[in-house]
Design a protein around this ligand. Sequence first.
Ligand SMILES: Nc1ncnc2c1ncn2[C@@H]1O[C@H](COP(=O)(O)OP(=O)(O)OP(=O)(O)O)[C@@H](O)[C@H]1O
Ligand SMILES: [Mg+2]
Length: 242
Amino acid sequence: MIEVKDIYKSFGENQVLRGLSLNIYPGETLAVIGRSGCGKSVLLKHIMGLLRPDSGTVTVEGYDINKIKEIDLYELRKKFGFLFQGAALFDSMTVGDNISLPLIESDTKFTSTEIDKRVAEKLELVGLPGIEALKPAELSGGMRKRVGLARALITDPEYILYDEPTTGLDPIMSESIDNLVKDLSEKLKVTSIVVTHDMISVNIVASRVALAHEGKIYFTGTPQELASSEDELIKEFISRTL
Ligand SMILES: Nc1ncnc2c1ncn2[C@@H]1O[C@H](COP(=O)(O)OP(=O)(O)OP(=O)(O)O)[C@@H](O)[C@H]1O
Ligand SMILES: [Mg+2]
């Protein structure tokens, strides 16, 4: 379980998180929605320990990630797969090398045959078998997201954090990524957090949804509860994003 408790984070004068609390329960797929710039990516970075809060705590499986030693944080990070906003592949490297990067960066002692086998497995899992030798420039936007996802999966994470997995994709490609996110959470029994501005995605992937607003979580509930809410702010948010 991940517990985010009362975190505050400012960048200079810009107070981004202002007492944000949120629990993420084992096995769930939690969608985090909110206006552009409200701090969704910043929240994900706190959960992974890439940013530290000014105050408040982030606890992963009982460990306060701002208090544990660097070496333990390193171990804890191995439990996470992260699909960055925009996929962030290295253009000069092949697809295969992009995917195996987290394995090579971690201290796991895989042989090159084992690495190749794992890369092939993950490409299969995201529906792109056999494309190891291609370069990112040869891929469509949807394929890049899938390769980013294969990279996020390479360490067999327990938690997968997705930052806008469908942004920039056409509706058909978006739906296929959404279905993939859903399939993976069912097949691999992972806990997922999906940051998105796409209400269609929310309805496909999420078991629960959290709406961030003014540095806090304004609402949590099922997608159905969100859709049927009578709250003015929620209604306005949904009508703007549809
Ligand atoms: N490293 C940083 N240094 C300074 N300001 C930052 C940094 N990271 C984020 N911010 C600021 O924090 C605010 C929240 O940014 P964040 O990227 O979390 O928004 P977001 O909700 O993910 O938006 P979007 O939906 O557009 O991706 C923004 O005002 C941004 O400029
Ligand atoms: Mg963002």
